[in-house]
Design a protein. Structure first.
Length: 356
């Protein structure tokens, strides 16, 4: 039996990151049922129960070393682990784990991550130094690949896809019956600029000419509820806040009855896409633009450029074209599912090459 240790931002009640873990574990288990997977988590017991894996504390050096001592492969990812915008701890923490794995002669994989922003010189230097020693590098978008090359990562970089696309199930995409109201899903997050008033004005403008129900989806428990309530207070049409299940697969289904989606958080956009929902992406980070590169038939507006009239106009357009857009999204999803499976196969080939 081969042993794999996975590190990421797991156990923090962030549904997007939990969906990444669900994607990675399902991909690997579907191709090899005999794998033993151990996840480093902030909530080991919960993680073990949710994903049927072993789990240890992400802050216990003793437990981490014990897991790595038995590991054939160490996976860093997915998500956007190597960035220095939200703090200076992430880069040394996640790269430090990789060095611990290397010290025990464990093979290392950078699994379908988004890279950056890396604004500090030392972040760039230690990232390049470390990633050049990984066995496999995989990024989820071209912008991340270009950034790693710019900071002097010489090793071959595979361009793959966010593991959450592995959760796509076409059988869950039966279109809903005709409803009395157009349901528009929304996901917002706290950020450094105040964008809620302009967003609310745009949504209210769209609701003036349509029979609308807004549904708010807090993706990060403990972080998104407050701003979701603030937005609800500014919306004039019927609005509810959806309490999403902790299990990513179940949360995904909560999006299925929507007609349109407006999202700030990356994985809220992916959840909408997995349900073939036409969407308007609101970008606060290059990773949003990375996702939308291949979806140029869907609109994107940067948070700092939000204008109410443009929001309403974009929503009117994608609503009018919703049927043709769903067909395009379906073809996109088929392609991304294949890419996710291909990268998982590449990773498992590395596992199989490990000594017994």
């Amino acid at each position: 039996m081969k042993n794999i240790v996975i590190s990421g931002y797991y156990g923090f009640n962030n549904l997007g990151d939990e969906a990444v873990l669900a994607g990675i574990t399902s991909l690997l288990k579907n191709k090899n049922e005999k794998l033993k997977i151990t996840v480093l988590s902030a909530s080991p017991q919960k993680t073990a129960e949710l994903y049927d894996v072993n789990s240890v504390s992400r802050t216990s050096l003793i437990q981490i070393l014990a897991a790595l001592a038995e590991a054939d492969l160490f996976i860093s990812g997915g998500g956007s682990l190597l960035q220095d915008v939200t703090g200076s701890f992430s880069v040394p923490y996640y790269l430090g784990l990789a060095w611990l794995a290397k010290m025990q002669n464990t093979k290392t994989v950078y699994y379908a991550q988004g890279a950056g922003p890396l604004n500090k010189w030392w972040s760039q230097k230690i990232t390049a130094l470390t990633l050049n020693r990984f066995d496999i590098l995989g990024v989820r978008d071209l912008g991340s690949k270009n950034l790693l090359k710019e900071i002097d990562v010489k090793k071959k970089i595979e361009l793959t896809v966010d593991p959450v696309f592995a959760l796509y199930d076409p059988l869950n995409n039966m279109r809903q019956q005709i409803k009395g109201k157009i349901e528009v899903g929304i996901s917002v997050r706290p950020w450094s600029i105040d964008y809620l008033s302009e967003l609310a004005a745009g949504l209210n403008k769209f609701a003036q000419t349509n029979n609308i129900k807004f549904v708010l989806f807090p993706m990060h428990q403990g972080a998104d509820e407050k701003i979701s309530r603030e937005l609800k207070g500014k919306l004039k049409a019927e609005t509810e806040i959806c309490d999403l299940p902790a299990v990513p697969g179940e949360a995904l289904k909560a999006f299925s009855q929507l007609d349109l989606f407006v999202g700030v958080r990356l994985h809220s956009l992916i959840f909408a896409l997995l349900n073939q929902i036409p969407l308007l992406a609101l970008s606060y980070d290059p990773k949003i633009e990375g996702l939308m590169t291949e979806l140029d038939y869907l609109p994107l507006i940067k948070l700092e450029d939000l204008e109410a009239a443009e929001i309403a106009e974009k929503l009117e357009t994608i609503f009018a074209e919703r049927y043709s857009l769903r067909k395009k999204i379906k073809e996109f999803l088929k392609q991304k599912t294949v890419e996710a499976e291909n990268f998982a196969e590449l990773v498992l080939e590395e596992v199989d090459s490990c000594g017994s």
